[in-house]
Design a protein around this ligand. Structure first.
Ligand SMILES: [Zn+2]
Ligand SMILES: [Zn+2]
Length: 354
């Protein structure tokens, strides 16, 4: 089979390798669609601290080809599935606490010079049984398979955002601020609205602000404008927001988010910061206003399950954020499009050039 390997900044090699042999608890999946997430983009841009060669592709949908004889799964050969390619050993301290997004059981030792990574950008992917999710087939039988695979590949980012929006104890009618209107910010808008939460969006780019409005943000702001924090507080009944979700920007944006909070507000760091740097917060503001500062990282079994249901039922339509579907034969072009500012998600497709 063919597999794509990022060998250095801007460099992708297609290598011919054996189709992996299926272990007893594993499932072999024929890849159909792979989303190019920020992780893969960082390797392509050359801003990833980890080493090359890297086998990217962790947002994967496809069809089951073969199932190991002791694999614990509902899936049958031929089924459409989404993959959550994250190790959850089930027995480490964090897995047992229900924090399987932070599993410490992943064996990430790697020999120098050997390709490593989730390896979804391959014609076949080998998954553990617990990594395979079978979506319900909603709607008519005459679904557009190309669209179905592309949207199901985005179950992974949706699963991360499901966790993020469920972290603060928001109530219907509450108001939240979302910083950044890239795909992650927009998914926050959709999922917060499903919780009955009113949403404001901070985003420098006017076109992205417009799209955030279409996604359901009731007001949008340019965070570079003077008086930004006052404007947010004014729009939030003068009190400030009940939660702020940081999806993009730097330390200064995080400080703005903290300043926008109502009493009892939650500051949720969904995004990481590259390069990182310190943030300043007044401990007395945290104390007297009972603020909570937290992060959320990746997805759990539970949030992935919810994401698959949200997409396959149509409750969240991620279709508009698939900016382009590119055949695997043009993977370098796909990466070039993925890192350009005018796209949300680029999806690489396998055997789908209908
Ligand atoms: Zn991702
Ligand atoms: Zn574990």
């Amino acid at each position: 089979m063919k597999t794509a390997i990022i060998t250095g900044p801007g460099q992708i090699e297609i290598r011919e390798v054996d189709v992996p042999a299926v272990g007893v608890t594993q499932v072999l999946v024929r890849t159909r669609a792979v989303g190019l997430c920020t992780l893969e983009q960082r390797f392509f841009r050359g801003t990833a601290p980890e080493g090359y060669p890297f086998q990217g592709g962790h947002e994967v949908s496809g069809e089951v080809v073969e199932i190991g004889r002791q694999a614990s799964t509902q899936a049958q050969p031929g089924d459409v599935v989404c993959l959550a390619l994250r190790t959850r050993c089930g027995s480490c301290y964090y897995c047992r606490r229900g924090m399987d997004n932070l599993c410490s059981g992943a064996n990430e030792e790697r020999a120098p010079g050997t390709a490593w990574g989730p390896a979804g950008l391959s014609e076949y992917v080998l998954a553990e049984d617990y990594q395979v999710y079978v979506p319900e087939q909603a709607g008519s039988a005459a679904v557009d398979l190309r669209k179905r695979f592309a949207t199901l590949a985005l179950a992974e980012p949706v699963a991360c955002v499901v966790r993020s929006v469920q972290t603060p104890p928001l109530r219907a009618g509450d108001i939240a601020l979302v910083q950044g209107a890239g795909i992650m910010g927009l998914l926050h808008v959709h999922l917060l609205r499903l919780r009955g939460v009113r949403v404001m969006v901070a985003e420098p780019d006017p076109e992205r602000r417009r799209i955030a409005g279409l996604a359901g943000a009731e007001c949008t702001f340019d965070p570079r404008e003077t008086g930004f924090v006052d404007s947010v507080r004014d729009c939030a009944e003068g009190r400030g927001v009940n939660a702020a979700f940081f999806t993009a920007g730097g330390p200064a944006a995080i400080e703005q988010a903290a300043a926008s909070l109502a009493k009892g507000g939650w500051l949720c760091l969904y995004g990481s910061v590259h390069p990182t740097g310190p943030i300043q917060m007044d401990p007395n503001v945290l104390h007297y206003n009972e603020l909570v500062v937290t992060g959320t990282f990746s997805h759990t079994r539970a949030s992935f399950q919810q994401a698959v249901a949200l997409i396959s039922s149509g409750l969240v339509d991620v279709g508009p954020y698939v900016s382009e579907q590119v055949d695997a034969g043009r993977v370098t072009y796909a990466f070039e499009r993925a890192i350009s500012a005018d796209t949300y998600r680029i999806v690489v497709t396998y055997g789908m050039s209908l």
